[in-house]
Design a protein around this ligand. Sequence first.
Ligand SMILES: Cc1ncc(COP(=O)(O)O)c(C=O)c1O
Length: 360
Amino acid sequence: MVSNRKIDLRSDTVTKPTETMRAAMAMAEVDDDVLGNDPIALELEEEMAKIMGKEEGLFVPSGTMGNLISVLVHCEIRGSEVIVGDNSHIHIYENGGIATIGGVHSRTVKNKDDGTMDIDLIEAAIRNPKGQLFFPTTRLICLENTHANSGGRCLCVEYIDKVGELAKKHDLKLHIDGARIFNASVATGVSVDRLVQVADSVSVCLSKGLGAPVGSVIVGSKSFISKARRVRKTLGGGMRQIGILCAAGLVALKENVQKLEADHHKAKQLASGLCQIKGIKVDLKSVETNIIFFEIEEDSQISAKLLCKSMEEHGILLMQESLSRIRIVLHHQISTSDVEYTLKCMKQFLCGVPALQNGN
Ligand SMILES: Cc1ncc(COP(=O)(O)O)c(C=O)c1O
């Protein structure tokens, strides 16, 4: 049976622009942003910089480009090294762009289950420019908040401040991949500007939980943004009448930040429900924001692939991460009734599977 209902839980990137966004996009007054004249782009960049407590902002096409530009600006000298988490988005999912395009060498430090890296290990990984002839020079540390691959865990402000202190002590820059920094702020109750106070740059996605169709904004000092603008053009990310996109971004900031708390609530509700289902393992305390990872128990009679396939037949889309691991991400276009329906379908399937399905 194939359902007409569609509940897309693969990611918070799947949201569709709201009516207000579409109206704002249609009405947007635009000009050429490469020439620096698009009024709504300027308004969005200024607004984001203000919210984040930084001097300036720059609209970029994606979070990946936001991270790449930021790393390239901080590591403009060839042979620079960046310290990144071994489970970070920059290291795993960005095509190694900082190496292939930027000539920047990554030094990974293990991400703990909560998305942090041990501060002592970060310090031990820093290579001193006055050190051995054969070491690259560390110039940057990158953090990710929330940490996606750890299940959307939040880095607390005390931890970020400590990494900031360490960066300062060693004359390094600190970049935060803040694709979901607003989720972190809502979940921890700490304002975004405070969370990123010690960072030299932050990349913030508009097209994750905030629900805009396209774009990210990077923020930092005037001199950082002026270099970033040049790198963005080099990468082909300078676009013309982007006010159409930025108009949706402004609506996202105005209307959708306040929806994140409900997303976190729905994630907890769904995760608690999953806990009750035999054959599924969820670490409830790891569900701090809008992402849930769960495991199919080893002795279960089904596989992650089979569960995803069956849910798809009920109109529910999940993201299979491995043979036994599945990801679910909540967003503002998922209702409480969608959560209840999802739990009902899962229960029905997992509690009523007759026999081992080989090869699935
Ligand atoms: C933590 C994190 N950083 C960066 C990105 C990249 O964003 P984009 O897909 O806009 O390139 C993502 C995308 O999912 C992400 O989860």
